[in-house]
Design a protein around this ligand. Sequence first.
Ligand code: UN1
Length: 477
Amino acid sequence: MLHKNYIAGEWLEGAGVSPNINPSDTSDVVGEYAQADVVQVDAAVDAAHAAFAGWSRTSPQERHDILLRASTEILTRREELARLLAREEGKTLLEATYEVGRAGQIFDFFAGEALRIPGEKFASVRPNVEIEATREPVGVIGVIAPWNFPIAIPAWKIAPALSYGNAVVFKPADLVPGSAHALAEILVRAGVPKGVFNLVMGRGSVVGQAILDHSQIDAVTFTGSVATGRRVAAACAGAMRKFQLEMGGKNPLVVLADADLANAVECAVNGAYFATGQRCTASSRIIVEESIYKQFADALIERIRALVVDNALTPGTHVGPVVDAAQLEQDLSYISVGQAEGAKLALGGERLKRATPGFYLAPALFLDAENSMRISREEIFGPVSAMIAARNYDHALELANDTEFGLCAGICTTSLKRAAHFKRHAEAGMVMVNLPTAGIDYHAPFGGRKASSLGPREQGRYASEFYTTVKTAYTLP
Ligand code: UN1
C-alpha cells in the first residue's frame, strides 16, 4: 500500500515513491511512501495559508479537544506505534516505546496550553491609558524534522504550533516517513480541519527547499545538521521570517574523582550509546579526572562489553543498528580518523553481523583522546565516544567549554560546590548533574547555545516564544 501525502484535506499520491527500509533488516521494507514535488509543497502551503485565518480564531477549547484526542490515540496505540518507529529508525523497542509515550504526553501538555495562552497588563506612564501585551499565532509554520526522533520531535513542533493557532506544513525526514504518516492520520482523525495540517514527504533538497522558497511560510522550525541549519537561517533571514534551529552537539560528560562511580558509568553508557548514540544530546566527550581515569575506563569498558547490539525488535537488545548505510560510513570513517589522530581505540568500532542483514556497529570507545582531535570536535552521530583526561575540575570545565557547540553539558560529582559552579559556568543550554546528557523531560525548555541552537527554546511553556507573536495594545477608554 502506498502511503500518501496529506494536502488541503486530501490524501494525495506524490511525484515519486520511496521505500522505507528497516535498518535492522534491510530485506524488510516497512512501506512505500509518496514523495512530494514543488507543486505539491506549494499547494500545501497555499492550503495552510488559506486555513490559517479560520483556525487562528477557533476557540481554545476546540484546539484543546483536538490535541487531547491525538494524545489519547497515540498513548492507546503506544505499542504498535513503537514497533513501527523501531522498525524504521532502528532504536530499540523499549526506546521507541518511551519516545511514543513522550509524543503522547507532549500532545496532552499542549492541549492544556491552548487554554493558558499568556498575556500581561501594564500600567501606562500616561494617565488613564491601559497597555496589554497579548500573544497571537504566527501563521503558517514550516516544520522540518530529523530522522532520530521520528515521532517525538514532530510532536514537540506540531503540537505547540497547532495549540497556539498556527497552520502547519510538515516535512518529516526522508528516512522515517512511517511514524510521520501515522501521526498525520491521527491528527486527521482527531479533527484537525482541512488545510490546517499538511504532510509533505520527500527529500530535503526538494521538499525542504520548496518550503523555504515559499513566500507564505511565516516561520520555520528545524532540527538537523549545522550545514542545513545555516541554509535555513539564510533563507529565513532573506524572507524576513522567524526561525528556530536545533542542530548538533559535542556534549561533554565530566566525571570527577569524587563521583559515584557506578552512576557515572551508567550516565556515560546511556549518554554515549543508547539510541545508538544518534542523539544531538549524546555524550561524545567523556572528560575524566586523571586520578580515576584508568579505574573509570576499566569500569566503562566492562559495561560496554555487556551491551547487546542486535535487531531493534529483538527483546534484550540494548543498542540497535545505525540508521542507514551513509551514517554507518560516516561512523566508520571517524573510527579511522581517531586512530590516525593517535587516540587509542579501546573497543568496538567494527561492523557486526547479526541474524538479519543490518547496519550494526560495535559501540566504540577511544581512550587518551585530546580535545583538539577531530573526534573530539566534530559531531559523529553514532555509538562512538572519546575519553579525555583532565588534571582537575578547572581543567575539566575548560575542556568541556572548548567546543563550537553548546547543547548539553553533564557532570558527575558528589560535591555540591562543584555541581553549582558547573551549572553556572558550563557554556551550554542544558546542564545535567549526575544524569546522562541525553534524555530530557517534555515540559521543560529545550535548546542550546553557540552552533547548537539559534532562536527561541522549544518545549514546555517556552515554546510560546516561537509559536506566537506578541501584540502590545494601548487603550484610552
Ligand atoms: C533527548 O535527548 O531526549 O535531535 C532529546 C536530538 C535532540 C533531542 C534529544 N533534538 O537528538
